[in-house]
Design a protein around this ligand. Structure first.
Ligand code: SAM
Length: 241
């Protein structure tokens, strides 16, 4: 936890935390501050308000699982990537890891989609239910010292998404589908708005690649080694941005 992520509800005074104030934390964040940082009154920790600014919190008190901080928020979070990530839904354990990685790398817009080699049962995963989806996103922000939560959209049907929605997402930018069989190399030093499609663990079937190309995505490869989804994502984003 390189940053303690704060929410408006954590602030006791003043009631809104846009510039800072006094916060009282309990639970996971307080335990982390007490047992991992071993914080004492007067210590300063990096904090940030969700959707807002980053700054420092001075520890006022540590009592059991309750920590009070005086917070000053004085700088903006890092710039987001100019990226829309479209990801074939991975199995739940991998999904968590991929969401943490995507968030810590600066993705702010993520579409999770169905494809032929995605098991339908994955859509029933607890990770996708209600607030559970926030957990890996929060871990990614805390890791990367960022405050802006990605927006995650779920699309349980491939064809309507690719035919009706994807062209609009791509409009005004460029789009790629990462595919081990593609001849074109992954582009570097991308500055313009970009949509990147990453396949499921079993890969996209040829029909899906055709549909994605028809929607405006160019196939790009990372060389002959076939990588796991989370490794491929990190390598793709490191090369592109
Ligand atoms: N057997 C599958 C195939 O050939 O497509 C492997 C799928 S791979 C485990 C999961 C996804 O990661 C792929 O669909 C692709 O989007 C991305 N990926 C993995 N290795 C890649 C590579 N060398 N080049 C481009 N994309 C890659």
């Amino acid at each position: 936890m390189n940053l303690i992520l704060l929410f408006e509800a954590d602030f006791s005074a003043p009631a809104t935390g846009a510039a800072g104030g006094r916060v009282c934390l309990e639970g996971r964040r307080a335990s982390y501050i007490a047992s991992v940082h071993r914080a004492q009154p007067g210590d300063r920790l990096q904090v940030g308000l969700v959707g807002g600014r980053i700054g420092e919190g001075e520890v006022v008190s540590v009592a059991g699982d309750r920590v009070e901080l005086d917070v000053q928020l004085d700088r903006e979070p890092p710039a987001p990537l100019p990226l829309t990530l479209v990801l074939a839904l991975p199995r739940p354990l991998v999904l968590k890891r991929v969401l943490i990685a995507a968030t810590s790398l600066g993705c702010k817009r993520i579409y999770l989609i169905q494809s032929r080699r995605v098991e339908r049962s994955f859509w029933n995963s607890k990770v996708l239910r209600g607030d559970a989806l926030d957990e890996p996103l929060i871990l990614g922000l805390e890791q990367a010292v960022d405050t802006v939560m990605p927006r995650v959209e779920l699309r349980t049907r491939f064809k309507p998404f690719v035919e009706d929605e994807l062209p609009g997402l791509i409009a005004g930018g460029q789009a790629f589908v990462a595919h081990p069989e593609a001849d074109a190399p992954c582009p570097r030093d991308v500055k313009e708005p970009t949509t990147l499609v990453v396949g499921p663990e079993g890969g996209f079937v040829p029909y899906e690649i055709e549909k994605l190309e028809a929607a405006g995505c160019r196939g790009v490869g990372l060389g002959e080694r076939i990588l796991r989804v989370e490794t491929a994502l990190a390598v793709l984003l490191a090369r592109m941005f």
